[in-house]
Design a protein around this ligand. Structure first.
Ligand code: PRX
Length: 659
């Protein structure tokens, strides 16, 4: 959300108080939870109480170890297994309860897995992994779409102590290869294909292509789940999932993991072209996922909980798989797109399965808004009692639309701010306790110490823009970057010293202490809620033949929040044309994936630069956004600005040749 939007927001003063009906049934009704969890004597107890709800093989001796900051440890000495806590722990009381209700994209296709089914499938698959030589600490790459085999594979890894690295199924072969290489995974799990917008995506072929690009890792086997029955090419290293599990035992003892053993790696975009391998560990992450899911979503025994994120991103890890399952909840998983086969698909699913909690992204809400209310008319959404939003700032207009049209004016909305690195929600309302201000993620979760700092490291005054920081460690935080502890320290724990976590986001506090997140201040960008990096895209563009220079910026987009705009300088003597533009776009899709497709590619003979040769991205962003361009006095070549500005004013999207 821009500063101006926050300033001009007419509803800012209008708070939304939790409806009485919701409060009366809520799990959490005592507002003193905030003061208790942040008090010196209460802080550890607050977290330890949640940890005690889980089953530990060996209890922890100490809540936190701060002897080598910022390499914090939590639940020191404790031993626990994540898979056990997400499945076995519930068997006695919930054996026949649905753990996963899965809805395929083709209409009518549903699969239900009870906790007993999940136990059997996970154990069988865990034994398969073991039989292929996968042991504790080994990395397993998972390149699966939203089918039940994805959480099954993750929980099977957790069962035997293997470290999963789930790569979003929409990422390209090259992006997958880079992630397999970095993690040195030895097994790859994928599928034949899956449905997306009515088409079958040939996932196995994309996985095969990735294996050709590997530089360091050696994949021993690819396990292929059968989903779309499309034809695939098989090599002797490939194994069908359904064949290998056939004779596999249904019992698999769990690995006694140390609380600080690695649980998973998840790659995310940062300041350079190389994605960062964010490392989460077993104990602290699980406690955090469990505690935040239970309280933020007010989970109850009969809830049908639907988070529309893809499990390939952190939201899906924490709030589809580990948080809800550790709570013994029923999750709904949907394979496909919101408009397939029709634009009322989501509402049809909510009605069909009586979804009670619905958690989605502002981009999706803005899309539904654009489509209009007519797609809601035929569906009964009265089962809903709580809504959530995640991934990017939600504009108040979208908030009210969501509230009135999806929530029927009765459901609290939990706008949850967090990051791949934080493991779970950090700034969020508690739906029964926190009055909401549309557009603000409200307040830190109890037990979390958030602030907004100015350049000097002082807390900002209300209304002043600054950087969002976290002043005390929390159990769900990342522990390091895979094979790169220096980058871990320099990225997150250097700006204000080793004891202050720097989020990379700008924010403001208001007079009530509510936090308004403005957006990223580094080269990470958010497009339709997906986190990408301008540097990653620039490196891809530079690989295209005849490209001399490239600069990637974003401009506001009414649905996606932001849209990618690329400025490209061709090599001396090369005439850029539409064809070259198409090559740039195609290459980005190959190097990263369709989610990084630019809205506009501008070819230019030159880029605005300072006298020392630095590309002035601020100016490029202003041109792309049709904003005030501002001061040009530091530019070595101010004349190019007018040329670019005139050209961009003429073009809307696609490829433009400036000049
Ligand atoms: O800029 C913030 C934005 O998303 C970034 C983190 O992206 P990622 O690691 O992909 O995790 C997304 C899922 C948690 C943050 O640095 N962001 C996330 N949630 C919100 C948000 N911005 C504003 N409001 C939110 N609720």
């Amino acid at each position: 959300m821009s500063d101006d939007e926050i300033k001009s927001f007419p509803e800012k003063k209008r708070m939304f108080y939790p409806p009485r009906k919701f409060v009366e049934q809520a799990n959490l009704r005592d507002p003193s939870v905030y003061s208790r969890a942040t008090s010196e004597e209460g802080w550890e107890i607050f977290w330890e109480d949640f940890a005690k709800d889980l089953e530990w093989i060996v209890p922890w001796e100490k809540f936190i170890d701060t002897s080598n900051i910022p390499f914090y440890k939590f639940f020191v000495g404790g031993r626990i297994n994540v898979s056990y806590n997400c499945i076995d722990r519930h068997l006695e009381t919930k054996r026949n309860k649905a753990a996963i209700i899965w809805e395929g994209e083709p209409e009518g296709e549903t699969r239900v897995l009870t906790y007993q089914d999940l136990y059997r499938e996970v154990s069988k698959f865990a034994n398969v992994l073991k039989s292929l030589g996968v042991g504790k600490g080994d990395r397993v790459a998972i390149y699966l779409p939203m089918i039940p085999e994805l959480p099954i594979a993750m929980l099977a890894c957790a069962r035997i102590g293997a470290v999963h690295s789930v790569v979003f199924a929409g990422f390209s072969s090259q992006a997958l290869a880079a992630r397999i290489d970095d993690a040195k995974a030895k097994i790859l799990i994928t599928c034949d294909g899956y449905y997306r917008r009515g088409k079958i995506i040939d996932q196995k072929a994309r996985a095969d292509e990735a294996l050709k690009h590997l530089k360091e890792a050696k994949i021993d086997h690819t396990i292929v789940a059968k989903r779309a029955e499309n034809e695939v090419v098989f090599s002797e290293k490939d194994l069908w999932w359904h064949e290998v599990v056939m004779d596999s035992s249904q019992k698999c003892t769990v690995e006694k993991m140390d609380a600080e053993d690695m649980h998973f790696i998840i790659y995310t975009s940062g300041t350079t072209g190389k994605p960062k391998g964010v490392v989460h560990t077993v104990g602290g992450y699980l406690v955090y996922a469990y505690a935040t899911t239970k309280t933020i979503f007010d989970l109850k025994e009969n809830d049908i909980y639907w988070c529309t994120a893809d499990i390939g991103w952190i939201t899906g890890h924490t709030y589809i798989v580990y948080g809800p399952l550790s709570n013994g909840a029923t999750i709904l998983m949907y394979e496909g797109a919101p408009d397939t086969p029709h634009k009322g698909r989501f509402w049809e699913i909510i009605e069909k399965h009586h979804v009670t909690i619905f958690y989605t992204a502002p981009t999706a809400i803005r899309l539904f808004m654009k489509w209009g209310e007519k797609y809601l008319e035929n569906y009964d959404l009265k089962s809903l009692r709580l809504l959530g939003s995640v991934g990017e700032p939600i504009n108040p207009e979208a908030w009210w639309w969501y509230h009135n049209n999806i929530g029927g004016g009765n459901c609290p909305i939990v706008d949850t701010w967090w990051q791949t690195e934080t493991g779970g929600a950090v700034i969020t309302p508690l739906p029964s306790l926190t009055p909401l201000k549309p557009g603000s993620a409200t307040k830190p979760f109890p037990g979390i110490f958030v602030d907004v700092f100015n350049e000097k490291g002082e807390p900002t005054k209300p209304g002043e823009r600054g950087y969002l920081v976290i002043k005390r460690p929390w159990p769900g935080m990342l522990r390091t970057l895979f094979k790169d502890p220096e980058r871990y320290v320099s990225t997150y724990w250097s700006r204000y010293g080793k004891d202050i976590y720097f989020s990379g986001d700008a924010a403001k506090k208001d007079e009530d202490g509510y936090i308004w997140v403005i957006g990223r201040v580094d080269d990470a960008i958010k497009v339709a809620g997906h986190r990408l990096s301008t540097m990653e895209i620039e490196s891809a563009v530079l690989e295209v033949k005849n490209v001399a220079e490239a600069a990637v910026v974003t401009r506001p987009h009414e649905i996606k929040g932001n849209e990618i705009v690329i400025y490209v300088t061709p090599k001396e003597g090369v005439e850029a044309d539409e064809e070259m533009g198409k090559k740039v776009i195609l290459h980005i899709r190959e190097a990263i994936g369709a989610i990084a497709t630019p809205g506009l590619v501008v070819f230019t003979s030159d880029l605005p630069k300072t006298r020392s040769g630095k590309i002035m991205r601020r100016i490029l962003r202003a041109i792309a956004s049709k904003d005030e361009i501002g001061d040009l006095s530091t530019l070595a070549n101010p004349e190019i600005v007018e040329t670019l500005d005139n050209s961009v004013k003429r073009g809307v999207s696609g490829v433009i040749i400036a000049g």
